[in-house]
Design a protein around this ligand. Structure first.
Ligand SMILES: NC(=O)c1ncn([C@@H]2O[C@H](COP(=O)(O)O)[C@@H](O)[C@H]2O)c1NC=O
Length: 515
């Protein structure tokens, strides 16, 4: 067999003229639709209009142009089936051996901030996917190209043997079904959101590959990095890497964790992360001051960590950062001087992430966690506490300064793996107890890390205290104020201990488990 007839109908017209010119030179007859055929004709590529094949005009603003038996019989006929061949002859139909189609730009359309519902709907391609599916189903005989990156390979094979190989056709068909599935997933996602069904009976999401990773969490695990087609610019998937080697799987997770925490703050803030937990968080009047606090919070753990800042990194901050071994620094940007200083370090990765520090309310999205055989999906935890909603449950109210530190600690503890306790003082974390199997254990770790600094500091707990023991050790360490959700049947026990030690305690009414 050889490719004699191709149907070409593309929205993204990059590379199409050269591809068709070559095909034509190889003796392939080109059939095409409205805009594509106009372009080909203008560029001097011989082309037959689709209406000449269907005997039917392109109608309804292009809604119906290739949806015709003359097209789909030509694509779907099983060439070695006598009955199919007989029917084709009887009806005067011709085979189509190659389909080159890419679809209306639905993703780009709905990404536009001012897109109307009508515009989105009009950009749902119907004829294109129908041709792609027909051709892909019949890949035993028909070649189908949905990605301009495959033009070269197809040409190479047609040049060499008049047709593509069955192996290539199978590969192209699989790619088509991935493409149409992703296209439909995006449409269904858009409509589910419009109709207010974010967790429908079928969860059809689509991701596109950013890059293969060298390995996963460990060197024996394969891994790749994907993004949703509509990822916001202030996400890791939208980061611009300014310097350094490729991100690793662990880098991506850690950087993402750092990013989520730094987004909590409107004022200059710096977050240092190790193994997806914050080891140091600081806020200050400048990014330099915030970094100094984040560093001093735990000068040991920051080694080999990831640092996220919500302001430009300046030269003073860069001069301090350069002396620490860090995997990544991510920030909304770096001054030229800072870049000059930091790019001297070969092994550091510098990421620029737009939109940080702009104090925009955090948008809720959905977080997927796989379990063997399935997954669980939940809204992301973007709850932030309003100081007016805090309930003082102790005899003593927190002072203004205590309240400030409590709210700071609360923003951080939300991002620490449960059970989580964070001690804070002077706008920085001084002790982080993460991922413990009991709350008092997390408190012990945080208190031990803080040492003498625990005296006069505040404590934030991601969930309520099931008994009074955590308050006991907090009081012993010199903690003066506590923030926690409340809601335990034994809240009274903790309140009693707090009152006995003059601790001011507030309830948020909201829990921030993070597993
Ligand atoms: N309606 C149809 O029969 C139909 N056939 C092909 N298309 C699409 O029309 C686009 C190309 O249009 P044009 O050649 O007019 O620029 C392609 O994205 C193709 O997928 C169609 N459009 C939408 O459904």
């Amino acid at each position: 067999m050889s490719i004699k007839r191709a149907l070409v109908s593309v929205s993204d017209k990059r590379g199409i003229v050269d591809f068709c010119r070559e095909l034509s030179a190889l003796g392939v007859e080109i059939i095409s639709t409205g805009g594509t055929s106009t372009l080909l004709a203008k560029e001097g590529v011989p082309v037959i209009g689709i209406s000449d094949v269907t005997g039917f005009p392109e109608i309804m603003d292009g809604r119906v142009k290739t949806l015709h038996p003359a097209v789909h019989s030509g694509l779907l006929a099983v060439r070695d089936n006598e009955e199919h061949t007989r029917q084709m002859k009887e009806l005067g139909l011709d085979y189509i051996d190659l389909v080159v189609v890419n679809l209306y730009p639905f993703a780009e359309t709905i990404a536009k901030p001012d897109v109307t519902y009508e515009e989105a709907i009009e950009n749902i391609d119907i004829g294109g996917p129908t041709m792609l599916r027909s051709a892909a189903k019949n890949h035993a005989f028909v070649s189908v190209v949905v990605d301009a990156d495959d033009y070269a390979k197809v040409l190479e094979e047609v040049r060499a043997g008049g047709d593509t190989t069955l192996e290539t056709r199978k590969r192209l068909a699989a790619k088509v079904f991935r493409h149409t599935a992703a296209y439909d997933a995006l449409i269904s996602d858009y409509l589910s959101k419009v109709t207010g069904e974010p967790l429908p009976e079928r969860y059809t999401v689509t991701y596109e590959k950013i890059q293969d990773l060298r390995y996963g969490e460990n060197p024996h695990q394969k891994a790749a990095f994907y993004r949703t087609p509509l990822a916001a610019s202030d996400t890791l998937t939208g980061a611009e890497q300014l310097h350094g080697k490729e991100l690793s799987y662990n880098n991506i997770n850690d950087a993402n964790a750092a990013l989520q925490i730094v987004k909590e703050f409107d004022e200059p803030a710096v977050v240092a992360v190790k193994h997806m937990n914050p080891c140091g968080v600081g806020v200050g009047e400048s990014i330099l001051q915030a970094y100094q606090k984040a560093y001093n919070a735990d000068p040991v753990s920051i080694f080999g960590g990831i640092v996220a800042a919500n302001r430009y990194i300046d030269s003073d901050t860069a001069n301090l950062l350069k002396d620490v071994f860090l995997e990544i620094i991510l920030a909304p940007g770096f001054t030229d001087e800072a870049l000059e200083i930091l790019t001297k370090k070969k092994n550091i990765r510098l990421l620029k992430i737009g939109g940080l520090g702009e104090a925009a309310a955090r948008k809720s999205s959905f977080v997927v966690t796989t379990v063997e055989g399935g997954m669980v999906v939940q809204e992301s935890d973007v709850h932030s506490v309003n100081p007016d909603d805090l309930k003082v449950v102790t005899d003593r109210k927190p002072t203004e300064e205590e309240l400030k530190q409590l709210l700071f600690g609360w923003k951080v503890v939300k991002h620490v793996k449960s059970n989580a306790i964070v001690l804070a003082a002077d706008d920085m974390t001084i002790g982080v107890g993460a991922g413990q199997m009991n709350r008092v254990g997390a408190a012990k770790i945080a208190i031990e890390q803080a040492g003498d600094k625990a005296k006069g500091a505040v404590l934030a707990s991601d969930a309520f205290f099931p008994m009074g023991d955590t308050l006991e050790i907090a009081a012993k360490a010199g903690i003066t104020a506590v923030i926690q959700p409340g809601g335990s049947v034994r809240d009274e026990e903790s309140i009693k201990v707090a009152n006995e030690h003059g601790i001011a305690m507030v309830f948020t009414g909201v829990r921030h488990f993070k597993h």
